[in-house]
Design a binder for this molecule. Structure first.
Ligand SMILES: Cc1cc2nc3c(=O)[nH]c(=O)nc-3n(C[C@H](O)[C@H](O)[C@H](O)COP(=O)(O)OP(=O)(O)OC[C@H]3O[C@@H](n4cnc5c(N)ncnc54)[C@H](O)[C@@H]3O)c2cc1C
Length: 476
């Protein structure tokens, strides 16, 4: 819907005033942490030098900054956007004040890194309600069956579940998957479904569900990366359903945890400051951004995979990191919010051969039911066009009348270039072990460097903790 979504928005919580004096000698930045009424100001000169510059104020960068600050290190977090949170973005300015997560949303207790932080800061979260029934859409035709196919196909479903559990049992998600002889699983979702001998609606549903989990198309996403979800949930297919659409949500948005980390870090956070180059010198590293330079003993890069190649590194990035950044990952789909009338209040719809692969009801408001919808390719649905969103929602709820829609185009966003990390077929085997390896004075974090949950907030926090420990060891 034109006008419903605008790119330039302020984040709740942190407001920013940047004063640029005529002299280029000093850039003064003032950051105001408005949430708790606490005003922190910091002045930073272009000559400033710190122990660590953290590039990116997503969950990886904020967690690392918090841990480094707690250990007494000086940290400067440099962020391209006008807000913290990265690929999480909680907005309350749409849908009549109802909070919409444009990016990362659900967590599950099995994600121990994020759950620990939620407990540490006393952040309220709420379990999703189990829907009364599932809705199945077969190429736009809503089935009136309890299961996704006729009774004659129940054997296909059982075979699919067995294949998932057998494959999941081969993974040890606490170690690099590329060491575990899993190349036969590191193939496209479609190839894996064929190799596993899946049939009927069970095959179609499973392919579509994997695409939904990966926000990736059947021919690009790695089946191994999705099977990792099952393994990380104790090799449970039901656990994977929980991790995909039935987890906990943040009562006050993911921004509440991002703010808690930012405040606790005590770090200087420079917003609106895109980093353009990183130059290593003999015993220090210089970070060049739009407003000047910062010198540090080490730098931590937390930008998404596809963004890394747009920073100029001297010396150049290793061939593996450069190659994966150029290829980018397969998470190139859509998350669309819709406000709709005439839809079931407990809709939880899985579809195959449909524009959206999942449409689920989140809350009922005076104007209709809030639906969250996912598509595995970024151009399946035009979220600026209510009629197009309605067409796609009607494949799950034929009488739906969509009255509003909203999205953020993460794929076109130069600071994300994709949604959540889902590796392309073959990328885990080729690059996984290189992603977190430091290169001289430059270290690397970001959800994509985590072993258990590389597509999640949990993976980002895991990576931030790992990188901070690594930095503290070399800075000691
Ligand atoms: C639509 C969507 C739905 C999702 N759903 C879920 C979910 O339900 N549950 C879940 O756990 N996870 C979900 N995720 C994934 C989760 O949001 C991410 O895995 C996590 O937030 C990544 O954190 P990060 O710190 O690694 O990266 P990011 O959050 O991307 O942080 C990197 C930061 O670097 C900044 N940056 C980039 N380039 C530069 C530069 N040159 N200079 C300075 N700064 C730069 C970026 O602006 C960004 O703030 C979802 C993501 C999306 C997009």
């Amino acid at each position: 819907m034109p006008g419903l979504f605008t790119m330039a928005n302020s984040i709740q919580g942190i407001r920013r005033d940047v004063h640029r004096p005529t002299s280029q000698a000093t850039v003064r930045c003032r950051y105001r942490f408005a949430v708790v009424g606490l005003v922190e100001e910091s002045e930073c000169s272009m000559e400033s030098s710190v122990d660590v510059v953290v590039v990116g104020a997503g969950f990886a960068g904020l967690t690392a900054a918090r841990d480094l600050g707690a250990a007494g290190r000086t940290v400067c977090v440099v962020e391209a956007r006008d807000r913290i949170g990265g690929r999480t973005w909680y907005r309350t300015d749409l849908f009549d004040g109802f909070g919409l997560e444009m990016g990362g949303t659900w967590i599950v207790p099995e994600q121990t890194f994020v759950s620990d932080e939620v407990r540490r800061y006393g952040i309220p979260v709420t379990d999703s309600e189990l829907p009364g029934r599932m809705t199945w859409s077969d190429r736009g035709k809503v089935l009136d069956t309890l299961m996704p196919g006729p009774p004659a196909e129940l054997g296909d479903l059982e075979h699919a579940v067995r294949a998932l559990v057998a494959a999941g049992a081969r993974l040890d998600v606490d170690k690099p998957l590329s060491d575990q002889g899993l190349a036969d699983l590191d193939v496209s979702i479609r190839e894996w479904a064929d190799a596993a001998g899946l049939n009927g609606n069970a095959r179609e549903l499973l392919i579509s569900w994997f695409c939904g989990c990966g926000n990736a198309s059947a021919d690009t996403g790695s089946a191994l990366d999705i099977l990792r979800w099952i393994a990380a949930m104790g090799n449970s297919v039901w656990g994977m359903v929980q991790a995909s659409v039935l987890g906990q949500t943040f009562d006050n948005g993911t921004a509440s945890l991002a703010r808690a980390l930012a405040e606790d870090s005590g770090a200087e956070i420079r917003l609106d400051t895109p980093v353009r180059w990183v130059r290593q010198e003999s015993d220090r590293v210089v970070v060049g951004h739009d407003n000047g330079e910062i010198t540090a003993r080490r730098v931590l890069i937390t930008v998404p995979i596809g963004v890394m190649q747009h920073i100029e590194f001297q010396p150049a990035l290793s061939p593996a990191k450069h190659a994966i950044s150029t290829e980018n990952h397969a998470g190139q789909g859509q998350k669309v919010w819709a406000l709709a009338r005439n839809v079931p209040e407990d809709l939880s719809g899985f579809g195959w051969g449909t524009a959206f692969d999942y449409v689920g009801a989140m809350r009922t408001l005076a104007d209709g039911v809030v639906l969250v919808c996912f598509a595995p390719e970024h151009d399946r649905v035009n979220a600026d066009d209510i009629a197009d969103v309605q067409r796609a929602v009607r494949e799950f709820a034929p009488d739906a009348e969509v009255v509003a829609a909203a999205t953020h185009r993460w794929v076109d966003d130069e600071w994300s270039r994709g949604t959540w990390t889902t590796f392309r077929a073959g990328q885990i085997s080729r690059y996984e072990k290189d992603l977190a390896v430091p290169e001289g004075l430059v270290h690397f974090a970001g959800a994509h460097t985590a072993h258990r949950w590389p597509g999640f907030i949990d993976g980002a926090i895991d990576s931030g903790r790992r990188a901070a420990a690594e930095l503290l060891e070399v800075l000691a």
